[in-house]
Design a binder for this molecule. Structure first.
Ligand code: HQG
Length: 184
């Protein structure tokens, strides 16, 4: 039987595969981040000792149930919606309203540099923002037990010509200059 633990482990591996190291496992990803579902299923089947069909079914259920909408499935292909470090064109957006205020959770250690330089993508292709304060706290907790939450003036950014993209529950942009950031 599949335990929660297995599901979580496969999902973690799959996000790493699609965002950071597809080539290490012989998976081709196109310029928009899409990989063939059957290629990903093959890798997962081998790694977790299951049949390809079972792996494919598992992947479909992970995609369907992912709380953050981390993955997208279309026409037999799969991609990570956000979080890439590999060179993909991240300009896609699902459209819809962008809330006037967004949040970014980070560590106390990073604060000084962020205030000086703004929010940079660092190791990834984009800067990731949250819709809710609570989500931002969760994001920041990955780096600091007592994270800092920054408030981002998304409305002003858009007025000034910055693009903010919606990727499931996560919002992304290329760079947030310091003048749009306040510390909560
Ligand atoms: C920080 C997870 C110093 C930034 C999350 C962050 C998210 C700076 C770290 C998604 C800086 C990068 C992405 C500057 C930014 N000086 N530090 N100028 N600018 N930083 O992991 O946003 O669960 O690459 O604050 O939930 O933490 O994996 O980005 O602390 O949605 O789906 O540099 O990944 O989603 O860290 O996380 P990350 P992130 P999943």
């Amino acid at each position: 039987m599949r335990t929660e633990k297995t599901l979580e482990r496969v999902s973690k591996f799959m996000s790493g595969l699609l965002r950071h190291f597809p080539h290490k496992f012989g998976v081709d990803v196109d310029r928009y981040g899409w990989a063939e579902l059957r290629d990903v299923a093959r890798v997962i089947a081998e790694r977790y000792s299951m049949e390809s069909e079972e792996a494919e079914e598992l992947i479909r259920s992970i995609v369907r149930n992912d709380p953050k909408g981390r993955y997208e499935l279309r026409d037999g292909k799969i991609r990570a919606r956000y979080g890439h470090s590999i060179d993909v064109e991240t300009g896609w957006s699902e459209g819809g309203e962008i809330p006037p205020v967004l949040y970014h959770g980070t560590s106390r250690k990073a604060l000084k540099s962020i205030i000086e330089k703004g929010l940079l993508p660092m190791g990834r292709k984009e800067v990731h923002l949250s819709e809710s304060y609570r989500d931002a706290v969760e994001v920041g907790r990955r780096y600091d037990s007592s994270p800092v939450v920054l408030k981002i003036n998304a409305k002003k950014m858009i007025e000034d010509g910055f693009e903010i993209r919606r990727k499931g529950r996560v919002l992304t942009t290329d760079y947030v200059p310091p003048e749009y950031i306040t510390v909560t």
